[in-house]
Write a protein that binds this ligand. Structure first.
Ligand code: BES
Ligand code: ZN
Ligand code: ZN
Length: 487
């Protein structure tokens, strides 16, 4: 779907946002008059009074420019923040996307509103249907062009540019999370990342031999039961001053998490195709930064592995040597994410002088018990970083909620045989996982861990901007965080 901004447009569908007072804006009033009052009639007879998410479709008489008028409830104008505008765009798309018509135009107020409506429509238009072989044309969306009408289309387009880059990052993250694990495994994930090079990203991939040389025994331990080779993806965006220290993003990329020898139960195991949601968030963000030519140096590091049970798989009781030199007793092979991340976090600090590190991981089921599906869990010792991420999350609708770190939790990850164990018992599972990661972050490094297990994908009731299984959580939050604090 091509999105454009214009002062006016001729389209099959003319759409208007109606305030909760139910009054028609100028364009709609003109169409109401030209149609002999059909818009007013649809509102009065159709219980439409402009409340959020309400929709009314009007069949227009022949001879007018548009074939249909669509009224979208806009709620109270004072409450119309970025999220409300995106939802308006999304509801609008849901109403017209598969209507059979090809073009639609929706009227917006200021340029920022126009941009947000466009973002909402695009987020709602996402589909993951390449594996369906029997879709008939009428089961696919019909809309190919959407114009957002604004009094200052140039300003609207300028506001849309960086938001659209982030949205394309969301699309990529959604695709990666949705892809089945037989098609998305460490090497094919790395190959997809390499395909982003034409955007100006520098992509390097380390294989198992190279990681063994670096001593990354924790990450390699997770992958050793898989026939797929583990990979470390290093993605550089050099948009800042040459030599300037980078911001670093780290992602958990467990392309499938069976639990390993500590095998997960069968029901819903297929969801573990999404256990690379952290790596997807990082990859999507790097794409967004390149697309909007961000004036900053950023490195994305993704640890790509598959966690399988096998004759060669790690066992509970094994002791792994991490690259940092610290040893880890594996007591549960299903707590594998922290084993991957600890070596990648070490790599980040050994090879760069990061201004800040944010890692993202579908790390614990416990975070879903704590926060459900509306906030990622955030763990950091830096009040500054916590404030930055909280603000960016609220601005873009990818929210984070801070939970504590604390030395008191360390006793839970003590091991009788090694420097630490990889599980912390039933209490505070997300915190002990974060506390484990903290042991691999040097003092003074500005670091935050985001546990995205509850937000990377969601079954059931969802926002209209989140139409598929994978949410694509991450790129919008991180692109905004970097823009506001590091550019
Ligand atoms: N990938 C899972 C966490 C997860 C669970 C993500 C549900 C998304 C939805 C992770 O590797 C895991 O299995 N964690 C264990 C840790 C436990 C063994 C300490 C968990 O959360 O049960
Ligand atoms: Zn696991
Ligand atoms: Zn996992």
């Amino acid at each position: 779907m091509k999105i454009t901004f214009a002062e006016s447009a001729k389209a099959d569908i003319a759409a208007f946002v109606i305030d909760e007072d139910g009054r028609l804006p100028a364009g709609a009033a003109a169409l109401d008059k030209a149609s002999g009052g059909l818009l007013t009639e649809a509102m009065e007879g159709g219980r439409f009074d402009g409340k959020t998410a309400q929709l009314a479709t009007v069949v227009l008489p022949k001879g007018l420019d548009a074939r249909r008028a669509v009224l979208v409830g806009g709620g109270k104008p004072k409450k119309r923040d970025a999220r409300a505008l995106e939802n308006i765009g999304a509801h609008f798309f849901k109403a017209v996307g598969s209507s059979g018509f090809k073009t639609a135009a929706i009227s917006a107020e200021d340029p920022e509103s126009a941009a947000r409506i466009a973002v909402g429509a695009k987020l709602a238009a996402y589909r993951f249907d390449t594996y369906f072989t029997k879709l008939k044309p009428d089961q696919k969306p019909s809309l190919s062009g959407l114009t957002v009408i604004s009094s200052d289309p140039k300003a609207a387009k300028a506001a849309y540019g960086p938001l659209d880059a982030a949205t394309d990052g969301t699309y990529l993250a959604r695709d990666l999370v949705n892809l089945p694990p037989n098609d998305l495994y460490p090497e094919s994930f790395a190959a997809k990342v390499k395909e982003l090079s034409p955007l100006g990203l520098e992509v390097e991939v380390l294989g198992e031999k190279q990681m063994a040389k670096l001593g990354m025994g924790a990450l390699l331990g997770v992958g050793q039961g898989s026939v797929k080779e583990s990979q470390l993806g290093i993605i550089r965006w050099n948009g800042g001053k040459p030599g300037e220290d980078p911001v670093i993003l780290v992602g958990k990329g467990v392309c499938f998490d069976t639990g390993g020898i500590s095998l997960k139960p069968g029901p819903n195991m297929e969801n573990m195709r999404g256990d690379m949601g952290g790596a997807a968030a990082v990859t999507g963000t790097m794409r967004a930064l390149a697309q909007r030519k961000a004036k900053v140096n950023v490195v994305g590091l993704i640890g790509l592995v598959e966690n399988m049970p096998d004759g060669n798989a790690i066992r509970p009781g094994d002791i792994l040597h991490s690259a940092s030199g610290q040893t880890i007793e594996v007591q549960n092979t299903d707590a594998e994410g922290r084993l991957v991340l600890c070596d990648v976090l070490w790599y980040a600090q050994e090879h760069f002088k990061p201004k800040a590190i944010v890692d993202l991981a579908t790390l614990t089921g416990a975070i879903i018990i704590s926060l459900g599906h509306h906030h990622a869990g955030m763990f950091t010792d830096s009040d500054e970083l916590a404030a930055e991420l909280t603000k960016a999350g609220l601005a873009e609708g990818e929210r984070v909620w801070r939970l504590p770190l604390g030395a008191e939790y360390d006793v839970q990850i003590k091991s009788k045989f090694a420097d630490m164990r990889n599980i912390g018992g039933p209490a505070a599972g997300s915190i002990t996982a974060a506390q484990f990661l903290k042991r691999f972050v040097k003092d003074g490094v500005k670091w935050a861990h985001l546990d995205i297990a509850g937000v990377a994908w969601v079954e059931g009731e969802k926002a209209p901007t989140d139409p598929s299984w994978a949410s694509g959580y991450g790129p919008r939050l991180l692109s905004r965080w970097i823009a506001d604090n590091y550019e």
